[in-house]
Design a binder for this molecule. Structure first.
Ligand code: PLP
Length: 398
C-alpha cells in the first residue's frame, strides 16, 4: 500500500512554530519580560451572556428524558438553520434553510468541501492567504495556482490579472473577504467581476466570509449572495469563531445554494449525502448556544465585543498614521497589514519589534511569498496591551 504522498509536498508550517521559538528564546534570555502579543489570530473576549445562558439551558435539557436530544440531523438542527437563514435576510439575501449546513467550524469545511469536486483540480488561491487553503489542496493532490496580490492592486487581485496563458482556467477559486491577513475587502463591483468570471469559465468560488461581521463600511458585501449570479457559482463558508468568540466552542455554517450544479449534479444534494456519510452533526448543546448569537440580545452583545476589537484597530491605525507607515485593513477586518519600514524583510522586522519594544506580530512571508516585506497585527489582544504596543511602535518608528 502507498500512503498519500501528497503530504511530502507540504511545506513545514514554520510560521507559528518560528514565532513561538523566537519568543521563547527572548523570554529565556530576558526572564520576567512582558511581551505585547499582537500576532494571534484567536479572540480573547469570553462568550456573551446570551450564548452562555442558552448553553446552560441546553445542558439541562440533556438531563431530562422529555427534553433530551440524541443524534442531531447531520446537516444541522432546523432551529439553527432557520436562524441563520433569517440572519442572511438582514443582508438582503433570501436563503432556504435547507441551503444552510451547520458545521463545527470553517477550517474543517474549507478542506472537507473538496470532496464535492473531482480529482486533479486546478485551484486558484489569492496570496497572501490563510495557509489552510493551500495545504488542504496539496493534501487533496490538486494543482495550486497562486495569484499574487500586492500594493499595486490594493491586495485585491482581479480576474484580468490571472496569467491564463501560463495556467489555463481554474476549477476552484478561493476568495476571502474581509481578508486574513491583509484586511482588504472586495467591493460589490469587484466581487461581481469574480462572479461573472466564474460563471463564464464554469469555475466554482469558495467564499470565506469568516470576518463578515467586522465590515463597517457601506457597499461592501457581507455575503457573496448579495450579488446576482453567485447562486450558480459560489459556496460560502462562515464561522462563529471570530464573530462570536467560538474559536474554542466550535460552530460554523456553509451555504450551498440549490441552484449550484455542474455536470448535471447538484452540489447541495451531494453535500447532504457527504455529511450524512461523514459526520453525525454538531452537538445539540453547541447548536443551541450558536442559535443564541442570532437573537436580538445575542447580536447586540457580539457587536459590543467586536467594538472592543475595533477600538484596538483604531489605536493601532492612529499609531501607524502618526509615523507615516503604509498599511491596509483595520477598518473592515480585525487585522492590519503594514509595510515594513526601510525595505526590511518581514522576519527581520519581527526580530526588531521583539528585541527592541517587546511587541510580537506575524511576519507577512508566512502567508505566501508575496507577503515578504509586510507584517500583520491582530486586533484581538487586550486594549491595555494594544495601547502600550501602539505607543512603543510610535516611538520606535517615529
Ligand atoms: C479564523 C479563520 C477562520 C475560522 O476558522 P474556524 O475553523 O471556524 O475557527 C476561517 N477562515 C479564516 C480566513 C480565518 O482567519
Amino acid at each position: 500500500m502507498t500512503p498519500n504522498t501528497n503530504y511530502r509536498n507540504l511545506k513545514d508550517s514554520y510560521l507559528f512554530a518560528g514565532i513561538a521559538k523566537k519568543t521563547r528564546a527572548y523570554l529565556d534570555a530576558n526572564p520576567g519580560a512582558h511581551l505585547y502579543r499582537m500576532g494571534i489570530g484567536d479572540v480573547s473576549l469570553p462568550l456573551c451572556g446570551a450564548v452562555i445562558e442558552e448553553l446552560h439551558r441546553a445542558v439541562d435539557d440533556q438531563a431530562q428524558k422529555s427534553t433530551f436530544h440524541g443524534y442531531m440531523p447531520e446537516v444541522g438542527a432546523d432551529f439553527l438553520r432557520e436562524a441563520i437563514a433569517a440572519y442572511y435576510k438582514t443582508h438582503g439575501v433570501t436563503l432556504s434553510p435547507d441551503e444552510v449546513f451547520v458545521s463545527s467550524g470553517a477550517s474543517d469545511e474549507l478542506g472537507d468541501i473538496l470532496d464535492i469536486f473531482g480529482r486533479d483540480k486546478t485551484v486558484m488561491i489569492m496570496e497572501p492567504a490563510y495557509p489552510a487553503y493551500v495545504d488542504a489542496n496539496i493534501i487533496a493532490g490538486n494543482t495550486v495556482i497562486r495569484l499574487a496580490a500586492g500594493e499595486e492592486n490594493g491586495f485585491l487581485p482581479m480576474p484580468h490579472e490571472i496569467p491564463t496563458e501560463k495556467y489555463g482556467a481554474a476549477d476552484i477559486i478561493y476568495i476571502c473577504s474581509p481578508n486574513n491577513p491583509t484586511g482588504a475587502v472586495f467591493s460589490a463591483a469587484a466581487l461581481k467581476q469574480w462572479i461573472d468570471y466564474a460563471n463564464e469559465t464554469d469555475a466554482v468560488i469558495i467564499f470565506d466570509a469568516a470576518y463578515e461581521a467586522f465590515i463597517e463600511e457601506d457597499g461592501i458585501p457581507h455575503s457573496i449572495y448579495e450579488l446576482d449570479g453567485a447562486d450558480t457559482c459560489a459556496i460560502e463558508i462562515c464561522s462563529l469563531s471570530k464573530t462570536a468568540g467560538f474559536t474554542g466552542t466550535r460552530c460554523g455554517y456553509t451555504v450551498i445554494p440549490n441552484a449550484l450544479e455542474r455536470g448535471g449534479m447538484n452540489f447541495n444534494r451531494m453535500w447532504v449525502r457527504n455529511r450524512t456519510t461523514k459526520t453525525n452533526g454538531v452537538s445539540y448543546i453547541i447548536q443551541r448556544g450558536a442559535a443564541a448569537v442570532f437573537t436580538e440580545r445575542g447580536q447586540k452583545e457580539i457587536r459590543e465585543a467586536i467594538a472592543v476589537y475595533k477600538q484596538n484597530a483604531k489605536v493601532l491605525m492612529e499609531a501607524l498614521d502618526a509615523v507615516n507607515i503604509t498599511y491596509f485593513g483595520g477598518k473592515n477586518a480585525p487585522y492590519l497589514w503594514m509595510k515594513c519600514p526601510d525595505n526590511m524583510g518581514s522576519w527581520e522586522f519581527f526580530d526588531k519589534l521583539l528585541n527592541q519594544i517587546q511587541v510580537v506580530g506575524t511576519p507577512g512571508e508566512g502567508f505566501g511569498a508575496c507577503g515578504e516585506g509586510y507584517f500583520r497585527f491582530s486586533t484581538f489582544g487586550s486594549p491595555e496591551d494594544t495601547a502600550e504596543a501602539a505607543k512603543r511602535l510610535k516611538m520606535l518608528l517615529g
